[in-house]
Ligand binder design. Structure first.
Ligand SMILES: Nc1ncnc2c1ncn2[C@@H]1O[C@H](COP(=O)(O)OP(=O)(O)OP(=O)(O)O)[C@@H](O)[C@H]1O
Ligand SMILES: [Mg+2]
Length: 475
């Protein structure tokens, strides 16, 4: 559930009554911040955890959440004190109602918040060698990275990479670095980032190949990878009309700047001899002079600038194009461009591929080509996260998003049983339903039936899907 933490919650946490009950803040090995505290009227310690991010996730079970109108409490106010970058309050958080299991604490944060060391009983502070796990300090600008729970070694390499990018990106390039909107459903995001920074300083990187059903978030994830690496994005969409020339570029006639001095001098003296004004002729000649130049294509430009290329629908590329990419995916990281030369990609260049299996127009990837990628499965989100995503994308009520997320789970069961095709399993359709319902196009049920069945041709399939909607979205 989404709640707001207000300044009053923090004030309450730091009141004479509650401050002594805050026993210790610590940074967990998993990137979450933990607070060990004594609840009101008891000496039995408890913990609350927060995962930092643009919408921090709080793991907490408390009376204030069971009320008819759940509200934020002083425990939440207290743990928000440890959020990196001290975000201004009020702040919206997503509360997961659960008592978090304690994990080892790699850094005691209590001193910086309460001015004294932490007093932990439930949480174990690990020291010595284990300090190798300590999370690097994240600047406020990088604080959102914590939401992806990257292992510390990978996070360090990412931060190094980002530091270099901060020095070299132009304003135009920074504007092409996307926002990270991807919500991971498991370890897939970490696997993809790991591949992008293999080797010291990321020098032996490999291209992740994001594979999953339609709408599972592959393109969103590819953009989030670019955001993490602070790389401007260039998108290529696979298809039969995408050829090598479009990617690499071609020779073309370009206007040449000026005319050579000898020609101009001869023209001027001839005009003088004939008693004519030379200027209009010289101007005309300047405009009409052309030379053969090279107009670089999208891939060549991205490679030369050391940016990120996202190849969407990679299994729809024609062989002429896939063979072009081979050199970029090997350790040499080179791109041969006929008539231009062999271009070596700068160290910041990265490529990410996306594809779904088995849809019209796609074909299995050539084995040698696929072997050059780190394959990463991108599944649909689970019901809880999906409900959160629907609220984020459409602004609908949480009760509506939950029903839609449950409907999606039920539809997925039918697809797994072979009752109907995967076509109905569309996250984008859930957004449409939520939006149309909010705009008063009908009840949730009627809108869902319309959105989910009007694209189906098979009567039996339509009936099956309608039955499930009827069962899940009872008014
Ligand atoms: N895990 C996720 N995190 C964030 N957004 C998601 C996620 N899954 C789906 N979405 C949302 O669902 C919509 C479809 O996502 P996206 O275009 O990334 O999917 P895709 O897998 O690339 O789809 P396709 O196979 O059709 O290309 C977007 O609006 C996206 O924001
Ligand atoms: Mg896509």
């Amino acid at each position: 559930m989404f709640l707001k933490i207000h300044p009053g919650n923090v004030k309450n946490a730091l009141s004479d009554e509650h401050k002594p009950r805050l026993r210790g803040f610590g940074l967990g090995r998993d990137g979450k911040v933990y607070l060990e505290y004594l609840p009101d009227n008891t000496d039995k310690r408890r913990i609350i955890a927060v995962l930092p991010g643009s919408t921090p996730v709080i793991y907490h079970e408390c009376m204030s959440l069971s009320k008819e109108k759940p509200h934020s409490c002083w425990h939440m106010g207290a743990v928000s004190l440890a959020l990196p970058g001290n975000p201004p309050l009020p702040i919206t958080v997503n509360v997961e109602r659960c008592q978090p299991a304690p994990v080892p604490i790699v850094k005691d944060l209590t001193e910086s918040i309460l001015g004294r060391p932490g007093d932990f009983e439930l949480l174990e502070l690990i020291e010595g060698d284990a300090l190798a796990y300590v999370m690097p300090e994240l600047s406020p600008e990088d604080a959102w990275l914590a939401r992806y729970n990257l292992p510390v070694r990978i996070l360090r390499k990412v931060l190094e990479f980002r530091e270099r990018q901060k020095q070299v990106l132009s304003e135009e390039q920074s504007a092409r670095v996307p926002e990270a909107r991807y919500i991971p459903s498991g370890g897939e995001f970490v696997s993809a980032v790991a591949a992008l920074v293999y080797g010291p300083g990321g020098s032996a990187w490999e291209a992740p190949l994001l594979i999953g059903p339609k709408g599972s978030g592959k393109s969103t994830m590819a953009e989030a990878l670019a955001a993490v690496m602070m790389l401007p994005v260039n998108k290529i969409f696979g298809g039969i009309d995408l050829n090598a020339e479009a990617l690499l570029g071609s020779r073309t006639l370009v206007p040449s700047e000026g005319i050579d001095i000898v020609t101009e001098a001869r023209l001027r003296s001839a005009c003088r001899a004939a008693g004519m004004d030379a200027e209009p002729l010289v101007q005309k000649l300047r405009g009409s002079q052309m030379r053969v130049g090279f107009e670089p294509g999208i891939l060549l430009q991205a490679v030369e600038r050391g940016e990120m290329v996202i190849v969407d629908e990679i299994n729809m590329l024609i062989p002429e194009v896939t063979s072009l990419l081979h050199g970029l995916l090997d350790w040499q990281k080179t791109l041969p461009v006929p008539g231009y030369g062999v271009v070596k990609a700068p160290p910041s260049f990265r490529l990410v591929g996306c594809m779904n299996y088995g849809y019209a127009g796609t074909k299995p990837l050539n084995e040698a080509f696929q072997d050059r990628f780190r394959p990463v499965q991108v599944p649909h989100l689970g019901a809880e996260q999906l409900a959160w995503l629907i609220v984020r994308e459409t602004g609908c009520k949480e009760s509506v998003s939950r029903k839609l997320a449950d409907l999606f789970s039920e539809l997925a069961k039918g697809v797994a049983n072979g009752d109907y095709s995967e076509r109905v399993l569309s996250v984008r359709s859930l957004f449409r339903i939520a939006r149309e319902e909010m705009d008063g196009c009908g009840t949730l049920k009627t809108v869902a039936v319309s959105v989910l069945t009007e694209g189906l041709g098979d009567k039996f399939e339509i009936d099956q899907v309608t039955d499930i909607i009827e069962a899940c979205l009872r008014d």
